[in-house]
Design a protein around this ligand. Structure first.
Ligand code: FES
Ligand code: FES
Length: 152
């Protein structure tokens, strides 16, 4: 089966595996993290046609004919995505949750360029941070919105 990942057609040998394992083990995209495996923590969050999806609960087969975006696909060449720059300005602790927050924030800002505090809270809250870095996460998402608007 072929899947489009970060704009490239990739051959997948195990389409019945969960997407998180296909990305990490078959395609070498280890930026997508694995935490709980039950859809609760969000560390495996990727985008499927721009919508957030838990890769630990999504069979790779479900990505056929759709565009998968992982954290490796956020930057444009040397230019980091606004959410990446914003989290560099607002660093977290261990960073295990970071890929999920980056993907959730990127999806939020794509559909909501001027998010309210409540929308930021909601987007930040769908992924868990075991280090309790929610203040930094909220600041980073708000900053990312500013940076994205500046980028135009
Ligand atoms: S590993 Fe997928 S939600 Fe936790
Ligand atoms: S920074 Fe450690 S889990 Fe979020």
């Amino acid at each position: 089966m072929q899947v489009s990942v970060n704009g490239r057609r990739r051959e997948v040998a195990y389409p019945d595996e969960m997407l998180v394992w296909v990305l990490r083990d078959e395609l070498g995209l280890t930026g997508t993290h694995y935490g709980c495996g039950i859809g609760a923590c969000g560390s495996c969050t990727v985008l499927l046609d721009g919508q957030v999806a838990r890769a630990c609960l999504t069979p790779a087969r479900a990505a056929a004919g759709r565009e998968v975006t992982t954290v490796e696909g956020l930057a444009r060449g040397e230019q980091l995505h606004p959410v990446q720059r914003a989290f560099l300005e607002n660093p977290l602790q261990c960073g295990w949750c970071l890929p999920g927050h980056l993907m959730s924030a990127a999806a939020l800002l794509e559909r909501t360029p001027n998010p309210t505090d409540a929308q930021i809270e909601e987007a930040a809250g769908i992924n868990l941070c075991r280090c309790g870095g929610y203040n930094a996460i909220r600041r980073a998402v708000a900053r990312a919105a500013e940076l994205k608007r500046e980028d135009g």
